[in-house]
Design a protein around this ligand. Structure first.
Ligand code: SF4
Length: 220
């Protein structure tokens, strides 16, 4: 069996497959459908961390309605914010992070730096949200590399060496190569959706998966 190696040809084939699959089966979420402002984009991506997109989808519009900007988020008391976030879990940690980020963004008058180093130096933003800002706001190819994207890439191409995704040079490089495309946003969303619907954490649907012919995990 021929398994996928990291070559330009294989990456380009995978990109085409993902874009085609996304056009047919991609999920529709409020943060993908409408034109959001920078605040709304960062909130969506922050809520999506370690939480299912379907859960955030049910919650996102009311959150934006009740906290329409950084200032409203900054001035609410932390206990009320925790209570508000309770239905989607991790509420204490999330309330603290969102409010600290709101403080920082109010200080910066909502302005985001354009340079990657400066972006990542904003307290409470972190690597994942910085990637999302680059991809969605600054419109530069950047990977939304989370556990779901990592799972699909590792199963298909082979495992990482470092425990923490953020510091694994192989996954960082590989994910960037795959999303380095004029339709970077759609490729990112396709990977996340494919990982959520087909290459699932438990019981992946390998026998129905078009990628199985070259997938390392499946070949083993
Ligand atoms: S064959 Fe299985 S493990 Fe490989 S990409 Fe498809 S669903 Fe994932």
């Amino acid at each position: 069996m021929y398994v996928a190696e990291i070559t330009t040809e294989n990456i380009s084939e995978l990109q085409s497959f993902l874009l085609d699959w996304y056009r047919k089966f991609g999920r529709k979420f409020p943060w993908r459908m409408s034109k959001l402002n920078n605040y709304q984009i960062i909130i969506a991506e922050t809520l999506l961390q370690r939480t299912k997109a379907e859960t955030v989808s049910r919650f996102f519009n009311s959150f934006i309605k009740d906290f329409p900007d950084w200032k409203s988020l900054m001035t609410t008391d932390i206990e009320s914010l925790e209570k508000y976030l309770k239905p989607i879990g991790l509420y204490k940690q999330r309330a603290k992070r969102l409010q600290s980020l709101a403080n920082e963004m109010v200080k910066r008058k909502g302005r985001l730096p354009k340079e990657r180093d400066e972006l990542e130096s904003i307290p409470f933003l972190g690597q994942y949200i910085s990637n999302a800002v680059e991809l969605i706001i600054l419109k530069r190819p950047s990977p939304l590399l989370d556990v779901n994207m990592a799972r699909l890439l590792e199963r298909y191409f082979g495992a990482r060496t470092k425990a923490d995704i953020r510091y694994d040079p192989y996954l960082q490089r590989l994910s960037l190569m795959i999303v380095n495309h004029p339709k970077s946003k759609e490729i990112n969303w396709a990977i996340l959706d494919y990982a959520g619907l087909v290459c699932k954490a438990h019981k992946p649907l390998c026998t129905e998966c078009t990628l199985s012919a070259r997938c390392k995990f499946f070949s083993n």
